[in-house]
Design a protein around this ligand. Structure first.
Ligand code: IPD
Length: 278
């Protein structure tokens, strides 16, 4: 008997490949239009919408009657199985021609992510997780990398723009602490691609704030199945693992990483009144 998570991952992969092919048609198109969504830092293009429509068509055909939650078109359907669709994670990169974006599709049953795919059509990378493990184009993934801070590359959008407006000095000081402590700090502009880089051992940690379930459901499973660690935070605490794809703040690392500053930063940043690092 085929494991249900493998079947769900097959559907996720087909949907991600199809949607990714649609999105790729728009990548680096001269004159591609993009609109600001929630702020000047948050874009949407017609290809986000087209990609989500295609993903919904595939999922609707292969998994009729399930609940679908997509970044662009919201929630439809119902039932015990939920699909999360991010039709282009990294839209700001996509809109300007930076090849760091991907389509994310995840299947969730009883609050648990059971299958996930992140497809980067430009690199030709299919990151996939199901009950058997995590894979990149079919080859097993291992989240093995640098475990000491002074050797580690950390991927993050930090400080978030809205925090800079609120606590500018404090956030810049925290950024300086990060830069002093870790070998490199980078912003890839796509939470999903960043977490998949950690799952592949191409980077050592990724963290972010104010993200959505469609951004992290698939890559969080990919990282865990690759042997890495995925944690979420809120209210100044690390949150329980159950349904943690619903939490807005995450930190993922390679296996065996000892990065105490990141844990401190996540707790401080997510406190109701965020404080400074001691
Ligand atoms: C965004 C990206 C970005 C992260 C934002 C997300 P989108 O997703 O993942 O890296 O910092 O929080 O919203 O809007 O490009 O799908």
């Amino acid at each position: 008997m085929i494991d249900a998570s493998i079947e769900l991952a097959d559907i996720a992969e087909e949907a991600a490949r199809e949607a990714g092919a649609v999105a790729a048609q728009g990548f680096r198109t001269p004159g591609l239009e993009f609109q600001a969504k929630s702020s000047l830092h948050d874009f949407v293009t017609e290809y986000d919408r087209r990609s989500e429509i295609r993903a919904r068509e595939v999922i609707g055909a292969r998994s009729p009657g399930s609940r679908i939650v997509g970044e662009e078109d919201g929630e439809t359907g119902g039932g015990d199985l939920t699909w999360y669709i991010d039709p282009i994670d990294g839209t700001s990169n996509f809109a300007r021609g930076i090849a760091l974006w991907g389509v994310c599709i995840a299947a969730v049953v009883a609050d648990e992510v059971v299958a996930g795919v992140v497809f980067d059509p430009i690199a030709g990378h299919v990151f996939r997780a199901d009950s058997r493990g995590a894979f990149l184009n079919g080859a097993p993934l291992r989240a093995e990398g640098m475990t000491a801070p002074d050797r580690a590359t950390v991927l993050a959008t930090f400080p978030p723009a809205k925090d800079l407006q609120r606590d500018r000095e404090e956030k810049l000081e925290t950024l300086a602490r990060l830069q002093d402590t870790y070998s490199h700090v980078r912003d890839l502009g796509s939470a999903a691609i960043a977490i998949c880089h950690v799952a592949a051992g191409w980077a050592d940690a990724a963290f972010g704030f104010g993200i959505h379930p469609w951004d992290v459901a698939a890559p969080s499973l990919i990282l865990r199945r690759a042997g890495g660690v995925y944690r979420s935070y809120g209210g100044g605490e690390e949150l329980p693992r159950r349904a943690d794809h619903l939490n807005a703040n995450y930190c993922g690392t390679v296996a065996g990483a000892d990065f105490p500053l990141l844990d401190t930063l996540m707790r401080l940043q997510t406190r109701p009144a965020a404080g400074a690092l001691a």
